[in-house]
Design a protein around this ligand. Structure first.
Ligand code: PGA
Length: 238
């Protein structure tokens, strides 16, 4: 079971350090089989060999080792922090930052070339959801264009855009339907859910047969809350 915290543009370097220290201390004492990950802001990255129980990853990168990419960060810079895990395809990058499917596929190929673990995000907007399940699946499969789904170091986070940061998660039944359909082609790839996951809905979501974890934004911004979510996940028997 993967539980990943996505900080987005939240926390400073100082507050991230305190957060990681608190989380690692908690995990020292609390035995969990959960695979705990944190994706801090790039400016708040730390080497994850400092933390025995947490894997740190990057929310973003430019698909190049280094070079003339003003404002971007390449593999050389991520390498300084030992980063081996990345988020790709988050809807905030697709929609707000205007990343195209072609560029996202390029980032995927670059991450694969480097052997990085990828949490690959997909999710439909509200108008597509309103057109029903078939329309949703067609949209979601199009978000795999150019992506090597046979890569063995990636997992998928299904995050309906309308559920992200809104306080309204998708219904467990709808999540199950999508994850089961994804499973039919993605076989052994772990499937996560993201979008307003919190202490109230986490256990019903991760209890779903095809659900292998969660990608969490708001509810994971506070270390104590994230620890609570880890405890809830640990108590879910699969
Ligand atoms: P949220 O964000 O939990 O705040 O909805 C999830 C995400 O964007 O990954």
């Amino acid at each position: 079971m993967i539980l990943a915290a996505n900080f987005k543009a939240n926390h400073t370097r100082e507050s991230t350090a305190s957060y990681l220290e608190a989380l690692n201390l908690f995990l020292d004492a609390y035995q969990t089989s959960c695979d705990v990950r944190v994706f801090p802001a790039i400016s708040s990255l730390f080497r994850d060999d400092l933390y025995s129980h947490i894997k740190l990853g990057a929310q973003n990168f430019y698909p190049a080792v280094s070079g003339a990419y003003t404002g971007e960060i390449g593999a050389q810079q991520l390498g300084e922090f030992g980063v081996k895990s990345v988020l790709i395809g988050h809807s905030e990058r697709r929609v707000t930052l205007k990343e195209t499917q072609e560029f996202i596929a390029k980032k995927f190929a670059f991450a694969k070339e480097n052997g990085w673990e990828i949490i690959y995000c997909i999710g439909e907007p509200k108008d597509v959801r309103d057109n029903g399940f078939e329309a949703v699946m067609e949209y979601l499969w199009s978000e795999f264009d150019g992506v090597d789904i046979d890569y063995d170091r990636f997992c998928v986070a299904y995050e309906p855009i309308w559920a992200i940061g809104t306080g309204v998660s998708a219904k467990a039944l709808d999540i199950a339907q999508v994850l089961d359909a994804l499973k039919s082609r993605l076989h052994s790839t772990a499937l996560l859910y993201g979008g307003s996951v919190n202490a109230e809905n986490l256990s019903s979501i991760i209890s779903l047969t095809s659900c292998g974890g969660a990608l969490i934004g708001n509810a994971a911004l506070d270390a104590a809350n994230f620890c609570k979510l880890i405890q809830i996940a640990q108590n879910v028997q699969k």
